[in-house]
Design a protein. Structure first.
Ligand code: C5J
Length: 229
């Protein structure tokens, strides 16, 4: 195992090969594409789409460095048996989970909109975690996957910063994982939530973890790749 320092806030992050996974949270068509669920809630999906090329470059660097890449998808069984009524009914949106949408039934497993955008599609051997909640640990096999692979550190990316990225980072922090949130590989529909969401991770000496941009993380991943060759 080799390690390298990532310039990060509030302090340098020691990135260890063999102990690190990149987690890509909910980069799904329903959240990102024009005409999808996210947009139907009145959101500007352009803010999430901005993340895609940056995240694609980070995923490529992680694959090159032999880092495990884990993708998550938020969604539910077709009969909605795993969707609490409180989640289904909250906010009285124009469209609800399970309703027909532009990309199939909204946030339903197996539908086109539920899947990950083409640019970030998982490749063979990568883990895809289907989660019914906001956090990637709740009611999923994620912890077993991480334990089985000897992972103790997570590079956290995806959408949305203040919802599923934050919930997953907090869950991971409570379970003893070191989390580095990659600032330009997470996205929010709301600029203020993006800024404050990142501030909250690294506040108070890194209460939930570390924050660094993709240039810093990709630089460290390339160093790991060079060290291994
Ligand atoms: C939301 C998510 N925002 N992936 N889901 O409902 O953040």
């Amino acid at each position: 195992m080799t390690s390298t320092a990532v310039p990060a806030e509030p302090s340098a992050f020691s990135l260890a090969s063999g102990r690190t996974a990149l987690i890509v949270i909910d980069m799904q068509r329903d959240f990102l594409l024009p005409g999808g669920f996210g947009e139907s809630l009145g959101n500007d999906v352009g803010r999430l789409l901005e993340v895609v090329p940056t995240l694609a470059a980070l995923i490529a660097a992680a694959r090159e460095a032999g880092i495990l890449v884990i993708h998550t998808r938020e969604g539910h069984e077709p009969d909605l048996s795993d969707c609490p009524p409180t989640k289904l009914n909250r906010g009285a949106p124009s469209k609800r989970i399970g309703d027909p949408g532009k990309y199939g039934r909204i946030l339903i497993r197996g539908e086109y909109g539920h899947d990950i955008v083409d640019e970030l599609a998982p490749i063979e051997g990568e883990v895809v975690i289907d989660k019914p909640g906001k956090g990637a640990f709740y009611a999923t096999e994620l912890q077993d996957v991480l334990t089985g692979a000897g992972i103790t550190q997570l590079l956290v990316t995806g959408v949305t910063t203040e919802v599923c990225v934050h919930t997953t980072t907090r869950e991971a922090n409570d379970r003893g994982y070191e989390c580095l949130v990659v600032s330009d590989c997470v996205g929010s529909y709301f600029p203020d939530f993006q800024r404050v969401g990142l501030e909250m991770i690294k506040a108070q000496g890194g209460i939930f973890g570390w924050v660094a941009d993709s240039a810093a993380v990709i630089g460290a991943l390339r160093q790991l790749t060079t060290d291994a060759s």
